[in-house]
Design a binder for this molecule. Structure first.
Ligand SMILES: Cc1cc2nc3c(=O)[nH]c(=O)nc-3n(C[C@H](O)[C@H](O)[C@H](O)COP(=O)(O)OP(=O)(O)OC[C@H]3O[C@@H](n4cnc5c(N)ncnc54)[C@H](O)[C@@H]3O)c2cc1C
Length: 491
């Protein structure tokens, strides 16, 4: 059984200084860590000048500490070298993909070595096995682009798929609009390679103990995923789209539940509240219903047109039964126009305030109307502009707090985010659907997880990272809480 094959680092050709050429920056390496890494990896793979390191201190939401040094890894062997040098120096390590994360996962909270995976972009398609083997830095969209000529696709579709990496997606177990029907990133992993805290390399399959499953969603706190074998599928032949709008959020939630109970399994099921719809309409001016409390966007898809149409009819009937007005897209152009509204949420919100904090709670669908109401009330009471949207099929809601850091404090934003999290927990929900816990929600874990279970999670963490050097300050709350970052970054 190939559950846990340790590979000797020598076999990976641990990089030495033989290829050292001219320094990449005009400066000599800063500090002993950078010196040693430059000696072993060469100057082209090490950033040590302050200006070069600055960009690696934050992700899409959080400004953390500027790292001591950055390694631009090009292979698993480079990762092994970096991990071993950091171990010898006793320095923490933070893994980083495209840094599009929305929970502060890739932002170091203490002085650390950052390993960037964006140069690890090898991608092989094995069409006959319906598999892709991707290095950690492969851009999510690139997998489907490479698979499509073989009649295959890779379904996980975080809205950031043009920039996010496979390593980051697996680090967060990213989802997307299609996850209701097709599942999240982890559902497509057949096996992976990871580098542990000692610099040993492991090849994992999804067998007993499913260590690969443990790595997926662990946010770089247990080890570094260097390669993954991904499952590919044939794309659906037909897709149909509708938009429905409602006078109350409760009607929309009930329409979704009724559609599912009637047998529909929509490929996408997205929700926007009134504030979100108006923000998008202000931006696009495409005739979205400004007065609606809830807008649903729905796709059904499949191999057989009659079944796809039938599913859409089930959703349409359910929406109408619950007071929704329905507009079916006539053809691909209209469907694309409707989905453009959903894809435009980010730029639309960026016009209202320069920064936003993107929450990511999941609640039972039946609780959604009450949850949306309570969160809106919290927003109004706080004085912040707050909009809500999400993947309603699985109750995943993204309340976004919009703010201007020149006039509004990060602490107040964080406090409101905490109140939002408490609403989710009170209604039987969880802290994160797809963006992870990271630094942002680490302190909230005490409200979400009982002490005995937290101890068990810590036992797992310490088994794989006894000195807590892998992404410290993320996911699990500690005895002494680290700050949750110095400020929220512009997404
Ligand atoms: C506009 C926008 C829309 C978004 N939409 C979605 C969405 O629909 N669904 C969704 O799920 N997310 C979404 N996100 C959040 C983000 O894009 C995802 O979390 C994505 O998976 C992060 O990928 P990344 O490469 O940017 O990872 P990073 O942000 O660099 O890292 C994320 C985490 O993974 C860890 N990590 C990175 N690489 C590795 C590795 N090789 N091994 C182990 N750990 C690693 C990091 O340490 C960090 O904790 C969105 C973000 C933005 C800005």
């Amino acid at each position: 059984m190939s559950l846990f094959n340790r590979r000797k680092p020598e076999k990976l050709g641990l990089t030495t200084n033989s290829s050292v050429s001219k320094p990449r920056s005009t400066d000599a390496p800063h500090g002993p860590l950078a010196l040693e890494l430059t000696r072993l990896l060469g100057p082209q793979k090490v950033l040590s000048a302050p200006a070069e390191r600055l960009n690696y201190g934050y992700d899409a939401i959080l400004v953390g500490k500027t790292p001591l040094c950055v390694v631009l890894a090009e292979s698993t062997a480079d990762v092994v070298t970096a991990v071993r040098v950091a171990k010898a120096a006793g320095v923490p390590i933070v893994g980083r993909g495209a840094a599009s994360g929305l929970s502060g996962g890739a932002a170091p909270l203490v002085e650390s070595l950052v390993i960037s995976f964006t140069r690890m972009t090898r991608l092989d398609i094995f069409a006959e096995r319906r598999e892709a083997r991707a290095q950690a830095g492969v851009i999510t969209l690139a997998v489907s682009e490479a698979a499509r000529p073989h009649g295959l696709v890779y379904p996980p579709d975080p809205a950031s798929f043009r920039t996010s990496t496979i390593g980051g997606n697996l680090g967060e177990n990213a989802g997307g609009p299609m996850c209701f029907k097709y599942g999240v990133s982890g559902d497509y992993v057949k096996g992976l390679q990871f580098v542990d805290v000692d610099g040993d390399v492991h090849e994992l399959t999804r067998d007993a103990y499913d260590l690969a499953g443990l790595l997926i969603g662990s946010e770089g706190t247990l080890g570094f995923i260097t390669e993954a074998t991904l499952r590919l599928v044939t794309p659906p032949k037909f897709t149909r789209t509708l938009m429905s709008h409602f006078a109350e959020v409760g009607q929309a939630a009930e329409a979704v539940s009724r559609s599912i109970a009637a047998g529909a399994v929509p490929a996408k099921l997205e929700f926007m509240d009134r504030a979100c719809t108006n923000a998008v309409e202000d931006y696009l001016n495409i005739g979205l219903p400004r007065g609606a409390e809830a807008v649903l966007l729905v796709d059904t898809d499949g191999e057989d047109l009659a079944t796809v149409e039938e599913e859409l009819a089930l959703v349409e009937a359910a929406c109408q039964q619950h007071g929704g007005s329905v507009r079916r897209a006539e053809g691909e152009l209209e469907s694309a126009a409707l989905w453009r509204a959903r894809r435009s949420i980010s730029p639309a919100l960026g016009r209202i305030r320069p920064q936003r904090m993107n929450e990511d709670i999941v609640v039972p669908r039946s609780a959604l109307p009450e949850v949306v109401r309570e969160i809106r009330a919290l927003g109004e009471a706080s004085g912040f502009h707050l909009v809500q949207f999400g993947h309603i099929g699985d109750g995943n809601l993204h309340p976004n707090i919009l703010f201007d850091p020149r006039r509004e404090s990060s602490e107040k934003v964080h406090e409101l985010a905490y109140q939002v999290a408490l609403v989710a927990l009170r209604h039987g929900g969880v802290l994160s659907g797809e963006h992870g816990i990271g630094a942002m929600k680490r302190a909230f874990m005490r409200d979400a997880v009982d002490p005995v279970t937290l101890d068990a999670l810590w036992a797992v963490k310490r088994a794989l990272d006894p000195q807590e050097r892998l992404n410290p300050g993320k996911v699990l709350p500690g005895d002494t809480d680290l700050p949750h970052g110095s400020a929220y970054a512009r997404p």
